[in-house]
Design a protein around this ligand. Structure first.
Ligand code: PA5
Length: 429
């Protein structure tokens, strides 16, 4: 974890000085102490789950081998962690061709649900329905459509359903119809749930090594609990983001230079936005990917408003590499593609530095279950620490609940009046 390009030694007065960090040392220590108290009070469920017995998933993993497909129905925190893991570990391409094939239903868009259903043989599909609250409208809508289709097919369909929930309508149905069930602990919020049953049960079935993933997280947990800011990457990164926020950096760009971490950016985006966007505070997360976004976003980052801090993620070793063979003279001839993408990162990093845009960089030796587990835990801790710094509860999302309530009222009130008329009559010409 390298933060030198956020320091004044590299970007002049726009950067942070060592004495700026020294001024925050007391606050940093108290953040760690507060979190320690919260953990003792059972408020940090995302750390408690690291003590879970992984043998709980063995039987399900064996059972899932009977199926060609996994269908994941869930949204937000009940989707993004698994998605990030699948693409980080299995690779965005390989997983599409290997068994089992994984399909995601998150949105309540009828076209998308219909498209997925057309491809699926439901008898050969293990359906995960994931909702901590058990009442999320998008998840229930998709699940009810799938359930109904399965029922009509007249096979022993309840054996194809794995329900991961804690409460609500889904919990009731799970008990009534006796689905395979895993609980989501009450103290684990959706966006902090990737290392709980929400992520681990389907990951085990997708042949991701969950033991290594949680081992990586446990290794990182130790560092992220240290009071010494210079030894604790989560603590340092949360203070760098906080100090930059106070210098007007209201946007946090996550820019991995490896395709397999593209979805990790989405996971981070939810964690950072939903946890910290409260009481008028919060840094807006933006997801980019190098080198592709150099050709769409970089102009803005370098020469637009000075309101951003950029995080780079990169790897020293890719799963495979390709050498560029070419019979004519060319500047790239003989180089490996990994050398090209990593040089592009150097170019972007230095260009941003030249324009006084702060950046931090995390370099992984390679991207595997251990390093992914470390990344997940580091960012969960960084978010929890940031909640302490801002003095806000990082674990609730009252504004999201508000929107859900209005949507529900709108849906039920308008049924009798004919909703499509209502939708088309307001604010439309
Ligand atoms: O982080 C959160 O709590 C939310 O994003 C939830 O994960 C999301 O709203 C889905 O909720 P549920 O798992 O209850 O269906």
């Amino acid at each position: 974890f390298n933060y030198s390009n956020s320091m004044n030694t590299e970007i002049g007065d726009f950067g942070i000085s060592i004495s700026d960090i020294d001024n925050e040392l007391e606050k940093a220590t108290s953040c760690i102490q507060n979190l320690r108290d919260k953990e003792e009070n059972g408020e940090l469920g995302f750390l408690d789950v690291l003590k879970d017995n992984l043998d709980n998933y063995e039987e399900l993993k064996e059972y899932s081998k009977n199926f060609e497909n996994l269908l994941i129905i869930g949204i937000g925190g009940s989707n993004l962690g698994l998605r990030a893991s699948e693409s980080a570990i299995l690779g965005s391409l390989t997983s599409r061709y290997d068994k089992p094939k994984i399909h995601y239903m998150d949105n309540s868009d009828p076209e998308k649900t219909n498209y997925i259903l057309k491809k699926l043989d439901l008898e050969n599909t293990l359906v995960f329905v994931i909702s901590k609250s058990g009442n999320t409208i998008e998840t229930l809508a998709n699940f009810f459509v799938v359930r109904n289709l399965m029922k009509k097919k007249n096979f022993n369909w309840t054996k194809n359903i794995v329900s991961i929930t804690h409460d609500g309508e889904l919990k009731k149905l799970t008990e009534k119809e006796k689905y395979i069930h895993f609980d989501v602990p009450k103290n684990v919020g959706g966006r902090f749930s990737v290392l709980s049953s929400v992520g681990l049960a389907p990951m085990a079935c997708a042949q991701i090594n969950i033991k290594k993933l949680t081992d990586g997280a446990k290794l990182m947990e130790k560092s992220c609990k240290l009071e010494n800011i210079f030894k604790n990457p989560a603590l340092m990164n949360s203070f760098i983001h906080y100090m930059m926020y106070n210098r007007g950096k209201k946007v946090s760009v996550m820019m991995p230079y490896i395709e397999r971490l593209r979805s990790f950016g989405m996971w981070y985006g939810q964690l950072w936005a939903e946890s910290l966007g409260k009481n008028g505070f919060g840094q807006t997360p933006v997801t980019a990917v190098g080198a592709t976004s150099q050709h769409s976003q970089l102009q803005l980052y370098v020469d637009g408003p000075k309101d951003k801090i950029v995080t780079f993620l990169s790897v020293k070793k890719f799963k495979c590499d390709l050498e560029i063979e070419y019979e004519y003279e060319s500047a790239f001839k003989g180089y490996k593609m990994s050398e090209i993408i990593n040089s592009e990162l150097v170019g972007t990093e230095n260009s941003l530095k030249f324009h006084n845009v702060p950046t931090v960089k995390i370099v992984l030796d390679e991207l595997n279950e251990i390093t992914l587990g470390k990344l997940f835990l580091m960012y969960e801790m960084q978010t929890a620490i940031s909640g302490e710094i801002y003095g806000i509860n990082a674990f609730d999302q009252p504004a999201v609940e508000h929107g859900k309530k209005i949507a529900h009222e709108f849906l039920t009130k308008n049924r009798s009046r004919g909703m499509s008329n209502e939708l088309h009559s307001k604010n439309h010409v």
